[in-house]
Design a protein around this ligand. Structure first.
Ligand SMILES: [Zn+2]
Length: 228
């Protein structure tokens, strides 16, 4: 639900019959027009969107209510289809069908991530490391590991804390890099170029390692090390 305000920008109005109330429905996506004028003239109360669409263009001259110029300008890109069957509605602009899907919503919210991700996904499956390490890293890139933090968020565990150092949030980054115990093993294995301890985004951190020859070798050794 946090993404809702951002997703809203992905929808645009599609005016079918234009039967929506000019004042009391948010047909333009800019909010209710009744709130954008000092008052709605009583003679205009029942006006619809279609009433202001004359011969294929907007015409607000017949209104008794005074509209701000910017309000009139804000709808110049919109068209009324004047279809008797088509309801005024909003369409999703990131898909040619106009229908929202979770996948197109994700791509809309993360422009560039898909392209940026391509390099790392392809590279991951090509590097010469054991398959189980590849699969583990793939899960980490998807943030799909059931760390204590994830388990606590899903009410599967009472605490999201790290059981080794008592850090209150055991995230993937903590488990792999920031926990003092992990850090000690990493350092003893020879911390090499390509490691960054300042990057706080798990995907970006792992991407840096996967695309760096020495770093991926180090983390593979780390992951294959028997637990003590
Ligand atoms: Zn820890």
């Amino acid at each position: 639900m946090k993404a809702l305000p951002s997703l809203r920008e992905g929808f645009q109005p599609y005016l079918g019959s234009g039967a929506s109330s000019l004042w009391y429905t948010d047909w333009s996506g800019n909010g209710l027009w009744c709130g954008k004028v000092p008052f709605v003239h009583i003679a205009d109360t029942n006006k619809t969107v279609a009433d202001c669409w004359v011969s294929g263009q907007w015409s607000f001259n017949a209104l008794y209510t005074v509209l701000p110029t910017e309000l009139m300008n804000s709808v110049q890109q919109l068209r009324v289809a004047n279809s008797p069957l088509g309801l005024d509605h909003f369409v999703w602009r990131s898909d040619t069908s106009g229908c929202y899907t979770a996948a197109s919503g994700y791509h809309f919210l993360t422009p560039g991530l898909a392209a940026e991700g391509d390099a790392v996904w392809k590279k991951l499956w090509k590097i010469m490391i054991p398959e189980k390490v590849k699969f583990f890293l793939w899960q980490c890139l998807h943030l799909a590991l059931p760390t204590n933090q994830v388990r606590a968020d899903r009410r599967l565990s009472e605490s999201g804390a790290c059981s080794r150092c008592s850090c209150p949030q055991k995230t993937i980054l903590h488990a792999l890099r920031d926990c003092p115990y992990s850090r000690e093993v990493l350092m003893s294995g020879g911390c090499s170029r390509g490691w960054s301890f300042s990057v706080m985004d798990c995907f970006q951190w792992l991407k840096g390692i996967i695309l760096h020859k020495e770093a991926i070798t180090s983390i593979t050794m780390f992951l294959l090390k028997p637990c003590t």
